[in-house]
Design a binder for this molecule. Sequence first.
Ligand code: ASP
Length: 405
Amino acid sequence: MRKIRFALHWQILIALVMGVLYGVFFRDYVPYISWMGDVFIRALKMIIIPLILSSIISGVTNIGSAENLGRLGLKTILYYVMTSTLAILVGLALVNIIQPGVGADLGFHKEVGALDVIEDSFGQTLIKIIPVNIFEALSSARMLSVIFFAIVFGFFITRSGRKTRHFLTDFFNSVFEVMMKITMFIIRFAPFGVFGIVAYQISESEDLSVLAQTMGVYMITVFAGLAFHALITLPLIAKFIGKVNPLKHFRAVTTPLLTAFSTSSSSATLPLTMQAVGNKAGVSNKISSFTLPLGATINMDGTALYECVAAIFIAQAYGVDLGFGEQVIVVFTALLASIGAAGIPMAGLVMITVVLSAVGLPLEGVGLILAVDRILDMFRTATNVWSDSCGAVVIAKSEGEALNV
Ligand code: ASP
């Protein structure tokens, strides 16, 4: 008998649909299957820190010289800032044209619980990237600090004596190889994980029809912006700057995109993104292990766009007219908020306080957008991961690599 085998991304897609149906029709039985989602997410989280650490250290040792590292680092960061800014500008244009907040129903308020307010200044945030205790940074998953330490550590491996250099380079390459093997193993369970996560989310969500009615235009504005950025801007960049086939690249990264969509976490998706960009798109370990962890941490185009749309939506709903100067501040702070947002579910919602306080809008405005945030989060996370993966191929191409896409 012939065995029928579906590609993994089809399995995940089917699991996603089944998860929705299960969540709608068997709400009471969701606890019996939601553990699958927990197990999957925990397994992914288990490998994130050792994966980031080993991948960046091995990536940096492979990059070699300070000159190459500086060039690649600068190029990557500039590229990420550029795409995030483009995303914000799309959001800015749409929210000003559609004006979803004008006349929005302010009665639809939710109490906002203790919301973290980000108080650090830009300078302080930069200084805090240097960890005072690397183990604390590792255990509390402070990604930027971990990345910083890994880059420094990797760099000084290349400056060490021959014996140390060879030993540590081999060692971290080996750790990275094992982490990727574990990743491949966990990925096989993605359909089960996605099924559990989606069924749980659906069973927990509020009445979608009510939300859609009240918040419909706002959601459409965010969706339209994300769609424009993901389907037009990024493919054009991939095609004309990266000289890769965006459709082929999209096929290579479908599994991480669907996982990002279901988990709403670019950090949790990182192992899958690295696997797809490395093995399927053909980006070298040197580039992918440097650009992707950095991307999952600072490059969030979807979040950036969302921060801008949400802040201006809140201003419109409160009847505050933001002038040109204030809109420029929104663009700038939305960029910073997206860089600072962690790659975890609803991080963007917390970061919106940065943008609101910068232009003096009431923080309670967050209550207005709270209810629909989880759905928007799925789409913006998928956009974030799509942008990271496009970044990796564009940068790999610019470094003269031959890819499969
Ligand atoms: N959930 C997003 C991510 O992990 C961050 C956000 O909330 O916007 O990429």
